[in-house]
Design a protein around this ligand. Structure first.
Ligand SMILES: Nc1ncnc2c1ncn2[C@@H]1O[C@H](COP(=O)(O)OP(=O)(O)OP(=O)(O)O)[C@@H](O)[C@H]1O
Ligand SMILES: [Mg+2]
Length: 247
């Protein structure tokens, strides 16, 4: 990522004072952070901290109570369709699809975005990212959890979204497949392509993320590059930062 001041870089995401409650639970308590247009930003925090709630709000799947959220230059309330066009969202627990092979699923998704030879090359890109070998032509109902996850990551990134929102992208993947997905994610950002992800794997976050926001009880406790956070806490790794900050 280019080393330029924040105000000179366009933002992929700007969140200010985001609040959300479910019944008596105040899930987000005035959350603020930004994601630059060329970076990988990681949201980390304990179970129940509010990561998925934040990501679903940005993906226009959940209405907020208060605050402003701008994604790729559009307000999530003012122009949700523009936000939806700019992003792809990988849910935390996405399942398989009815009677469709992996390739047919990618074709089905590509059809929403482009036609003809462009669709064919989009699908080829998806097949490559999903990295399922011959199993790409098997029925998705027969896929394991990890295979489904890889297919969905292929389908999310093949469309070249301005922002990919990935909720725990490597959750449920074995060591080898996690590595494959990490490399795909690492390669994705460009001048105007960014990734916002959540993860519980601090080694993964340290490796992948340009900047990290540490979330606890619905608020960002601290944010910065992994190096900045480690220096701030005088810690040798992000796991120790995490344990110190959320303890
Ligand atoms: N549909 C819901 N109904 C009621 N409460 C909810 C709902 N979804 C989330 N919550 C609550 O909101 C808070 C934040 O949950 P959220 O799923 O955003 O956390 P998370 O950081 O993604 O956790 P995890 O690491 O376990 O995925 C939690 O207290 C949770 O119980
Ligand atoms: Mg979650």
């Amino acid at each position: 990522m280019a080393d330029v001041p924040t105000d000179m870089v366009s933002q992929a995401v700007q969140v200010d004072g985001l609040r959300k409650h479910y019944g008596d639970v105040q899930a987000l308590q005035g959350l603020s952070f930004e994601v630059r247009s060329d970076e990988i930003f990681g949201l980390v925090g304990p179970n129940g901290a509010g990561k998925t709630t934040t990501l679903r709000t940005l993906a226009t799947l959940l209405n907020k109570d208060d605050g402003t959220v701008t994604v790729a230059g559009s307000d999530v309330d003012g122009d949700p369709d523009a936000v939806r066009r700019a992003i792809r969202y990988l849910p935390e627990d996405a399942g398989a699809y009815e009677s469709m092979s992996g390739r047919q699923f990618l074709e089905f998704v590509a059809d929403f975005y482009v036609q003809g030879s462009e669709a064919a090359s989009m699908v080829e890109r998806g097949v490559e990212i999903a990295d399922l070998g011959d199993r790409i032509d098997d029925d998705t109902k027969a896929y394991s959890k990890g295979m489904t996850r890889k297919l969905l990551i292929g389908s999310a990134l093949m469309t070249d979204p301005a922002l990919a929102i990935l909720d725990e992208p490597t959750s449920g993947l074995d060591v080898q497949n996690s590595k494959v997905v990490r490399e795909v994610v690492k390669e994705f950002p460009d001048a105007d392509r960014s990734i916002l992800l959540s993860s519980h794997d601090m080694l993964e976050v340290e490796y992948l993320c340009d900047r990290v926001g540490l979330l606890s009880d619905g608020g960002i406790v601290t944010s910065g590059s992994p190096e900045e956070l480690m220096a701030e806490s005088d810690a040798e790794n992000l796991e120790d930062v995490f344990l110190e900050v959320v303890a």
